[in-house]
Structures are given as structure tokens and as C-alpha cells.
Ligand binder design. Structure first.
Ligand code: SF4
Ligand code: SF4
Length: 222
């Protein structure tokens, strides 16, 4: 899922300074799972914003809403009923959701209420870690199911850089060396011979280097 974290309230207050009425829009997708922008966070943030405004001697009217998803057009439509009564929307969705709301609600400034970080997993309650950088050409079959793009700090494709110590990456002693993990997993699987396969120079045009990407499924189009 997409992992995000709340923006500092001071930053949000500065963004909404020009408005006395706003919609605070959460999303029931990934940002709910990673406790950044779901219904609960909409409520907590809205209360904090109201309180902060009160201490400034100013009012703030907030319409609290949590949409099923902000990255799908059908779930945005219900917001049209009341959107015109509010001059700005503070979205707690991921960056994709925020941009999609901005595309569909063109009269409104749409402001980011969270910082979107990475595609990751819940390792344990309250701990999320990165797993994939959506490179568009997955090699996990050759690397024991551990991503060399996301898990090696240098995104190396053919083994470690030589800087790891005690299984930790040289960029930070708290970070596992991605290639150590790949080695250990291949050993566990009895597939160490896979390390001898030289992965070709990666074609990054399927990744961000190729510009904004698009996926079309003609069979699903109406
Ligand atoms: S190889 Fe690419 S698609 Fe596969 S997990 Fe890594 S970044 Fe994601
Ligand atoms: S120490 Fe390991 S994870 Fe860090 S950059 Fe080198 S190979 Fe990659």
C-alpha cells in the first residue's frame, strides 16, 4: 500500500490561513490503513485546527468527510453536493488522490494534509517499511522475492557494493543491507546459483525515467 504521514499542524495552518471554511477530506484506502488520513485522522486534525484557530481568535468551519477512495472518480462525485459552500479542500489522501481531487474540483485549491512517502508494508503495528519503487519491470523472481531497487540503498542489481557491515547498509547501521537479505533468502531457498546470473543493465524507461506512466486495459474500458 501507499504509506503517508501527517504534515505538521503548523504547516497546515499556514496553508489554510486564507480560508474560514474548508472541507477536510479523508480517504478509506491506504492512508486509513497506515493511520495517516482515515476517518479518525480527519476528526483529530479537524479538532486540532478548530482549536488552533480559536486561540488565534478566528473561526474555522470544517466539513469533515471520508471518501471511499480519492483516486477513483465515482467516489469523488458525492462531494459536489456541498463543495461549492467551501472555498478550499484539505485532502488527507495520498499524493495521487490529492491530485485527482484537484483535477475534478477545478474551482477549489486542493491542499495536501499528509506527506506521501512510499509503497510499503505494515511490519508490525505502527511500523511501515518500503518494499517497492514501482519500477515497471519486476525482477523479484531472480532476487529471492527481495527488491534490489527498493531494499538496496543504491538500487544495485548484481550484488552488494562492499560497504555493508554485520549485515547492515553503509548508509545507516539501522538499515538492513538489501543484498545481504537477498543472499540469505536465496540460501534459504537453495537457490544461491541465481546470484551467478548477471542481470542486464536495467531499462529504466518503464520506471519514472520514462515520464508519467499509463496503463490501459482495453477489455475493461466501457
Ligand atoms: S523490482 Fe521493481 S516492481 Fe519489483 S518490487 Fe522492485 S521496484 Fe517494485
Ligand atoms: S551496503 Fe548493501 S544495501 Fe547498502 S548500498 Fe551497499 S549493497 Fe546496497
Amino acid at each position: 500500500m501507499i504509506i503517508a504521514g501527517g504534515k505538521p499542524i503548523k504547516e497546515i495552518l499556514a496553508m489554510i490561513d486564507a480560508y474560514d471554511k474548508i472541507i477536510v477530506a479523508g480517504c478509506k484506502g491506504c492512508v486509513t490503513v497506515c493511520s495517516a488520513g482515515g476517518e479518525k485522522e480527519v476528526g483529530i486534525l479537524s479538532s486540532a485546527l478548530r482549536l488552533a484557530r480559536q486561540t488565534q481568535g478566528r473561526s474555522l468551519e470544517i466539513k469533515e468527510v471520508t471518501l471511499e477512495r480519492q483516486c477513483d472518480p465515482e467516489y469523488l462525485e458525492p462531494m459536489r453536493e456541498y463543495a461549492d459552500q467551501y472555498p478550499a479542500i484539505l485532502s488527507l489522501a495520498c499524493g495521487a488522490g490529492i491530485q485527482f481531487v484537484a483535477e475534478k474540483f477545478r474551482k477549489h485549491p486542493v491542499l495536501p494534509g499528509v506527506n506521501t512517502q512510499f509503497i510499503g508494508v505494515t511490519e508490525e503495528q505502527g511500523v511501515w517499511t518500503e518494499r517497492c519503487q514501482s519500477c515497471g519491470n519486476c525482477v523479484l523472481d531472480r532476487t529471492g522475492g527481495i527488491c534490489p531497487v527498493a531494499r538496496c540503498s543504491k538500487s544495485l542489481f548484481n550484488g552488494p557494493c562492499g560497504g555493508s557491515k554485520g549485515g547492515k547498509c553503509e548508509i545507516d547501521s539501522q538499515v538492513d543491507c538489501g543484498w545481504q537479505l537477498i543472499y540469505e533468502r536465496l540460501q534459504e531457498l537453495g537457490q544461491l546459483e541465481k546470484l551467478e546470473i548477471v542481470l542486464p543493465v536495467k531499462d529504466w524507461s518503464t520506471s519514472r525515467d520514462g515520464g508519467p506512466r499509463k496503463r490501459i486495459r482495453e477489455d475493461l474500458k466501457i
